[in-house]
Design a protein around this ligand. Sequence first.
Ligand SMILES: [Zn+2]
Ligand SMILES: [Zn+2]
Length: 192
Amino acid sequence: MTVMQKQHLLAYLGYYTGTMDGAFGPKSRAATEAFQRDYGLTPDGVFGPLTQARILEVIASGETPENTAQAADGPDWWDEIQYFKQDEKGIACPCGRCGGFPVEPAETLMRLADRVREAAGAPMCPSSTVRCQAHNDELSGSVKNSRHLSGKAMDFCIRGWGAARTLALVRQQPEVRYAYAIDDSYVHMDVN
Ligand SMILES: [Zn+2]
Ligand SMILES: [Zn+2]
């Protein structure tokens, strides 16, 4: 398997967002490590035969990461979230068919969002958090195993900020598993 094929497989599952350049650099290594961590392999960042076999198996079966199978948290922690309400725009799945919350937004994600909002000192505008599978599938550019499906990802902007500045702030937060700029304003961030 070529490096470019590996990048395509990692990108397909949402782990790799770099360019398909055929060079196994830091982004490829980080993506490999994240995949390994999610699917029960030793997270060494080396895309060897075991990782290759596992990623093909995951793609063929559509199985989801092992660590998304935790029980949903009780609702009381919402009281400690300062800047967000569960029913505000951009938190529930907006498709109109799934009831909005096929899963609860993850506590770790909402606490993270709260802290980012606090640190930014400016209004944060979530555009997408929870998604049902049907809605995720109909969005262009979404990945099948998107963390939005498990309530562990948020797309948002900070009013008046560009994506690069927002991304820099997000990446300072230790809970962030992965973050990237969607366009000039919006950033995707997710947690484990
Ligand atoms: Zn939905
Ligand atoms: Zn996203």
